[in-house]
Unconditional design. Structure first.
Length: 157
């Protein structure tokens, strides 16, 4: 098991992660090339290419239409102020699809790919991190060591 604190570095996503942030409504343009997605068609889980056969990103509209969840009428890429539901705009609708919701950080993917489990310590509760106990012991020893070396003292500062 690998345990990590809630450092923002530990939440970094892979380049091809299923994230809608930089996706466009329409094909091509400046948008990332993402890994395959998936969706449920009844009971069947279908893999969905999010690029066309030439490797060009399809865009959110095509992805949602292939999933048969593109609403009729006008649908904006993203709400101007803040989103009001899980289907108010194209980005929010796609971001709330199971494959996009299941996207995890690159560190979690890497650990799990190696056959291990991963856990993240609760945010703002460093006391739950076992390494803090070792630091605590180190501080006590530093305070009670008659003549600690400068290297040891620098660890405590
Ligand atoms: Zn919205």
């Amino acid at each position: 098991m690998f345990c990590f604190d809630q450092s923002s570095n530990h939440a970094a996503m892979a380049r091809d992660a299923l994230i809608v942030t930089n996706m466009n409504l329409n094909p091509a343009g400046s948008q990332p090339v993402l890994r395959d997605g998936w969706f449920l068609d009844g009971e069947t889980r279908k893999v969905q290419k999010v690029q066309d056969n030439n490797g060009v990103p399809k865009g959110i509209m095509a992805i949602l239409k292939e999933r048969n969840i593109w609403p009729e009428g006008r649908f904006v890429l993203q709400c101007k102020d803040r989103c009001i539901s899980t289907s108010c705009c194209a980005k929010t609708l796609l971001a709330n699809q199971p494959d996009f919701l299941a996207q995890t950080s690159v560190i979690e993917e890497t650990v799990k790919r190696g056959g291990h489990t991963v856990s993240f310590y609760p945010k703002f509760h460093c006391e739950t991190n076992f390494i803090e106990r070792y630091w605590g012991v180190l501080h006590v020893r530093g305070a009670t060591t008659p003549s600690p070396t400068s290297a040891f003292r620098s660890l405590l500062s």
